[in-house]
Ligand binder design. Structure first.
Ligand SMILES: [Zn+2]
Ligand SMILES: [Zn+2]
Length: 331
């Protein structure tokens, strides 16, 4: 390969947002081997790299319950590029990531976002008490920033930059496809915005199984809350009670389950509200933690391509619109 010879001469690369400066691997395959931790990252790399990359994701649609497998360690150490979300998503991989061979190029995409754009637990955790040993201040960041399309667009540029550094011969290709994809995401952002605006302001309140929609709510004008915390932690009876009363106070008629937690926990919340004489329905799933495998289907929705980030975001806003807007009726 022409480009593999070209880059072999470069020893150390470093620029802003890079977690690790690395030695580049001797590349023997035609395609770059990329390992992305989440399925959303994997889809994004695919949209930019097309046939120039062979992408693998590790975590499936629920990153919070990920358990590392032996083959994952093998794929990570043989990758040319490893891309991870950062914040608390890869807690279970932290040690492995820090011990990868020096020739693996690693990026933490959360590094690309200014800290002021991240939601810290000061903003969202008034009803939970977590302790995070890695953070001496006792607060942590909500990791679900992909649910704000504008934040994700920053990540797209970062992935483009990394691909260009490793595979500089295809720099033009990556630049063009990333531009095209950013155009698509710009349309997606507009679409979510216009769909959200159809919902009466007093009904823009999203209660999901785990409190993952904070960035979405911030960007598109919804109040958000969840039965479980931002990292999918177990809930307490006190929190279930608090949320039941909040839902009744705000006269909310629909709550949502998401694809990272079992529907049962939300059914318990729904039942506790119904028992108090307030009618509330349970809708979903909202796709929060990952895109679906291309072989997976959703029973109640064949409208979107749920195995892409674009399709996942459209699915979410369409589901929310149908269920929060009275005149649209119920599915
Ligand atoms: Zn989550
Ligand atoms: Zn759908």
């Amino acid at each position: 390969m022409k480009w593999s010879k070209l880059i072999r001469g470069i020893n150390v690369v470093a620029f802003s947002c890079m977690t690790v400066a690395v030695l580049l691997p001797e590349i023997v395959e035609a395609r770059l081997r990329v390992v992305a931790t989440t399925t959303i990252l994997a889809d994004t790399v695919q949209q930019i790299g097309h046939d120039k990359v062979a992408v693998r994701s590790l975590m499936g649609s629920n990153p919070h319950h990920y358990k590392i497998r032996t083959e994952d360690i093998r794929h990570l150490s043989q990758a040319h590029l490893v891309i991870y979300n950062g914040l608390s998503i890869e807690n279970g991989l932290r040690r492995v990531l820090s011990q990868l061979p020096k020739n693996v190029y690693i990026i933490d995409v959360s590094d690309c976002l200014p800290k002021k754009n991240l939601r810290s637990s000061h903003q969202f955790d008034d009803h939970h008490s977590h302790s995070h040993p890695e953070n001496s201040c006792g607060y942590h960041y909500d990791p679900h920033f992909w649910l704000n399309v504008n934040h994700w667009m920053v990540v797209v540029r970062q992935i483009e930059k990394s691909l260009k550094v490793i595979d500089s011969n295809q720099a033009h290709f990556y630049h063009m496809s990333s531009n095209k994809y950013l155009g698509q995401l710009n349309e997606l952002d507009q679409y979510i915005r216009s769909q959200s605006e159809k919902i009466p302001v007093n009904l823009r309140f999203l209660v999901t199984s785990h409190n993952a929609l904070g960035y979405f709510g911030q960007a598109y004008g919804f109040e958000t809350d969840g039965l479980m915390g931002t990292e999918g932690e177990e809930t307490s009876i006190a929190n279930l009670r608090r949320l039941s009363y909040k839902i009744m106070d705000q006269k909310l008629t629909t709550i949502f389950w998401d694809n990272t937690t079992s529907r049962k926990s939300m059914q318990a919340l729904q039942e506790s509200i119904l028992a108090k004489g307030h009618k509330v329905s349970l809708a979903g799933p909202i796709l929060v933690g990952g895109v679906l495998d291309s072989r997976q289907t959703l029973q109640n929705c064949d409208k979107h391509n749920h195995s892409t980030y674009d399709g996942m975001m459209r699915h979410n806003v369409d589901t929310i619109l149908v269920h929060l807007t009275p005149q649209q009726g119920r599915r």
